[in-house]
Design a protein around this ligand. Structure first.
Ligand code: ARG
Length: 588
């Protein structure tokens, strides 16, 4: 469906042209004075300069040329030269009813369908998911769904960290604890045990221990051993490789279970190690292309540009000891993705502190032609989730909070709010989980991704205000109204002329802007746009609900129209929350 704003712009442009002005001046925007009008055109102000005429004279001419329009309730020129537009209610209602029967409520597929890879997991094996993994998962999943809504082919990749120093540390620590294991015997040629020599719980204890231990004074040798272990692993040490496979199996299952419970679904569970086979040829080509140089023994690619205002260091490809690093893996992953999917775009949802790093990687990938000139590499850097003290969120004793714990806490908070509700305990638990997750996700997504935000459990779980539970509560309310009505009438058509109240008009106007919002959210890769919209829609619905008696309305035509509008509100809220990977219960 053509967007309303496009329809008005077309009318307006035609009127400018009819009066002898450039069509471009007919651009219409949403009004920034909703108390005066719904849409506005400021073209006459701009045209005044080009045509050396008073803006109000131009605005008057254009409005006269427009004449009576079925779409408009009013279209007036106001000094110094604005054109203020208010739509006719009846037109608006007709548009909304048409949306109800259109695919995706009139949201058109993107003009050019893209293949997009989105890298938004970044969890590391052998480490439990902690709050730091929450943001990429939630933001990435939402962006993936927004792009899909517009018809793009999107591949979500977990890109698990399984190849760096942490693995070296685990191997070193295991060797210290159990030196007799066959994995550490260089002369061992037999098959290694099928069972891992640790459980997931042990693994989660081993890594933080080893990491701490390696940083303590006098443990330089230990740290060196860990570095050596990772290098040996990279060079193909059999025993280490077998151990690494155990680490992978044990911890992947746990990670998958955890992401699943968050309702986050990756299409691909690739790991950093999957890109390793692409490294040798990639490096050869970089060398052959003359892109590399040796700097203090290390192999680097210069990526600074003349226009830089900040220092952009060279991108290191190989360390002086020949070891590959985080950079090398990310570049090889780009090679792999180009080969497997030939994407138009690769989007990374990663902590914004890796901003400069990705700048280097993207420049290096373009310069060394790992990607096509037109391949779009996008970094979406997210801010930190802070505690009420404004510092990065921690447990009470200052540790890193596991994601499971955080999700558990928020569920408890919702349960406490539902204490008075009369329903079976089991159902209550289930609802609290659904609502708690929505509270958490909405609390995060409603902020612009790049901003830090404060995790405020009290506010996030409130059933009122700009929160996830408020949106869900509104949906539950609509479901219960529809249930009360029993059999629903067939979708309404506009019957007769009638006055619509301000609340009804506001609701219709917000509904009619759905496609506009989706296009904006897509263009900006901004889930917070969806949140903003859902809140406005829910709020406008509640305003409408309080101003009208829907169920007992005696005028059948009016009642049917309202019921259809209600169904559309519910359906759009449903699509909206599922874009944000949230679900709504039937009651709460
Ligand atoms: N595993 C990394 C970390 O914990 C994040 C990975 C982000 N994605 C990427 N392609 N580098 O910092």
């Amino acid at each position: 469906m053509k967007k309303i704003i496009t329809r008005i712009t077309e009318l307006m442009s035609a009127a400018f042209v009819a009066c002898g002005y450039d069509a471009g001046y007919g651009t219409v925007t949403v009004s920034n004075r909703p108390d005066l009008c719904q849409y506005q055109c400021n073209g006459a102000m701009a045209a005044a300069k080009q045509y050396r005429k008073a803006p109000i004279a131009i605005a008057n001419e254009v409005v006269a040329a427009l004449g009576e329009q079925e779409m408009f309730a009013s279209c007036v020129a106001v000094p110094p030269g604005f054109i203020n537009i208010t739509l006719c209610d009846r037109y608006l209602a007709g548009y909304v009813l048409d949306m109800g029967s259109a695919e995706k409520f009139g949201v058109e597929p993107a003009e050019k369908k893209q293949t997009v890879v989105i890298d938004y997991g970044g969890a590391n094996v052998a480490k439990p998911l902690h709050v730091g993994h929450l943001r990429p998962a939630i933001i990435g999943e939402a962006i993936k769904n927004i792009l899909r809504y517009r018809g793009h082919e999107v591949i979500g990749d977990a890109h698990l960290g399984d190849w760096g120093l942490p693995i070296g540390l685990i191997i070193t620590e295991l060797k210290r604890r159990q030196p007799g294991l066959p994995y550490f015997d260089p002369d061992y040629t037999g098959e290694y045990p099928k069972e891992a020599p640790f459980t997931v719980a042990e693994l989660e204890e081993i890594y933080p221990f080893a990491s701490q231990y390696s940083k303590q004074e006098g443990h330089e040798e230990y740290k060196e051993a860990a570095r050596k272990a990772i290098l040996d692993l990279q060079k193909g040490n059999r025993g280490y490789h077998a151990l690494w496979e155990h680490i992978m199996t044990v911890s992947m299952l746990d990670l998958q279970k955890n992401y699943d419970s968050l309702n986050i679904h990756f299409d691909l569970w690739k790991k950093e190690s999957d890109a390793q086979p692409y490294i040798p040829a990639m490096i050869e080509e970089m060398k052959a292309g003359g892109y590399t140089r040796i700097s203090e023994g290390a192999l680097v690619v210069d990526v600074k540009e003349e226009t830089d205002t900040k220092e952009v260091p060279p991108c290191m490809i190989l360390k002086s000891d020949g070891a590959t690093l985080y950079n090398t893996t990310d570049l090889a992953t780009i090679v792999e993705r180009m080969k497997l999917f030939d994407p138009d775009r690769i989007i990374y949802v990663v902590d914004k502190r890796q901003d400069l790093y990705f700048d280097q990687i993207f420049r290096c990938a373009h310069k060394t032609k790992l990607v096509k000139p037109e391949t779009d590499l996008v970094f979406i850097g997210f801010g930190t989730m802070n505690g009420r003290d404004g510092k990065p969120f921690k447990t009470r004793d200052g540790g890193v909070m596991r994601l499971e714990t955080l999700v558990g806490n928020i569920r408890e908070e919702v349960l406490a709010k539902m204490a008075e509700r009369d329903m079976p305990e089991e159902e209550k638990q289930k609802i609290a989980t659904t609502v708690g997750l929505a509270a958490l996700k909405y609390g995060d997504l409603s902020n612009q991704a790049s901003k830090d935000y404060i995790f405020d459990i009290e506010r996030f779980t409130s059933f009122e205000g700009n929160t996830g539970p408020y949106i869900l509560y509104t949906m539950v309310r609509i479901k219960s109204i529809l249930a009360k009505l029993g059999e629903l009438p067939a979708a309404a058509t506009i019957a007769g002329d009638r006055e619509r109240g301000a609340e009804e008009t506001n609701l219709l106007l917000t509904l009619a802007r759905f496609a506009e919002m989706i296009e904006k959210a897509e263009a900006e890769l901004a889930p917070h746009r969806v949140c903003q919209y859902l809140y406005e829609l829910a709020d406008n619905f509640n305003g409408f609900y309080h101003a009208n008696k829907i169920v007992s309305e005696p005028d059948e035509g009016k009642r049917n129209e309202w019921i259809t509008v209600l169904q559309i509100v519910l359906a759009i809220l449903t699509d909206g929350i599922s874009m944000l990977a949230m679900e709504a219960p039937d009651r709460m």
